[in-house]
Design a protein around this ligand. Structure first.
Ligand SMILES: [Zn+2]
Ligand SMILES: [Zn+2]
Length: 226
């Protein structure tokens, strides 16, 4: 007689996406790998997410960014860097689901009014066929039951990728790159992005949103570089 037990076990015990162990897991990651993930320290600066023993850091005190808070899930380190690159360059959409689910386990978003993915210029979308921040934001809004504000904000300048520039040039590169409508008046906007490095793009977008009347802007990023 045909034995379905091995197939049943396979179904009930999928392997860990990181080490392939057949183990109890959360969201496809086994307990050992889950514990070893480069979780962002809880003591980061609440405004910019950089390590700061839980208080607002010196740089946010002297030269505050336009965004009010930053939630970074992870430090941009192995294996999170590899997973985010797979999402971005190999269109590994199951990873967008994974990051969305982890986000909602770790970030309280009850006072967020809408979610805005970091906009990508139409020419860049056409080139790459994919905006990883939109894919993350779509899945987050689905789980969160909050509106996705994509159509109210555009990237109007097709600037060179921030990652290709030295940190010093990133602020001028991204200047006046976005435009948004009055949808955001009085709203708490959560900007979703995959990686936060200098924060220049997020800051410019937050500046545009605040100028359009947004009450509060939170950066919601999967990983933060230091
Ligand atoms: Zn594992
Ligand atoms: Zn700070």
């Amino acid at each position: 007689m045909f034995n379905i037990k091995p197939f049943f076990n396979q179904l009930m015990q999928p392997t860990c996406i990181l080490c392939e162990a057949k183990a109890h897991h959360t969201l496809g990651i086994c307990a050992d790998c889950w514990q070893d993930l480069p979780w962002q320290a809880l003591s980061g600066c609440p405004q910019c997410g950089l390590p700061a023993s839980g208080n607002t850091c010196g740089s946010c005190l002297t030269d505050p960014p336009f965004f009010d808070a930053t939630h970074a899930l992870f430090e941009y380190a192995y294996p999170i860097d590899a997973l985010l690159q797979a999402l971005k360059y190999q269109h590994a959409l199951h990873l967008a689901r994974l990051f969305a689910a982890i986000s909602l386990k770790h970030v309280s978003a009850s006072d967020v009014d809408c979610v805005l993915p970091m906009p990508m210029h139409p020419a860049r979308i056409q080139q790459r066929g994919f905006n990883q921040s939109l894919e993350l934001a779509k899945r987050i809004t689905k789980l969160l039951h909050k509106p996705l504000a994509t159509h109210h904000c555009q990237r109007i300048r097709n600037t060179p990728p921030q990652a290709s520039l030295p940190l010093k040039s990133r602020v001028s590169n991204i200047k006046a790159a976005f435009t948004c409508d009055d949808y955001f008046v009085g709203k708490h906007v959560a900007i979703v992005d995959d990686v936060m490095t200098s924060g220049a793009s997020l800051n410019e977008l937050a500046k545009t949103l605040k100028a359009a009347g947004a009450a509060k802007v939170t950066c919601w990023v999967m990983a933060r570089t230091y």
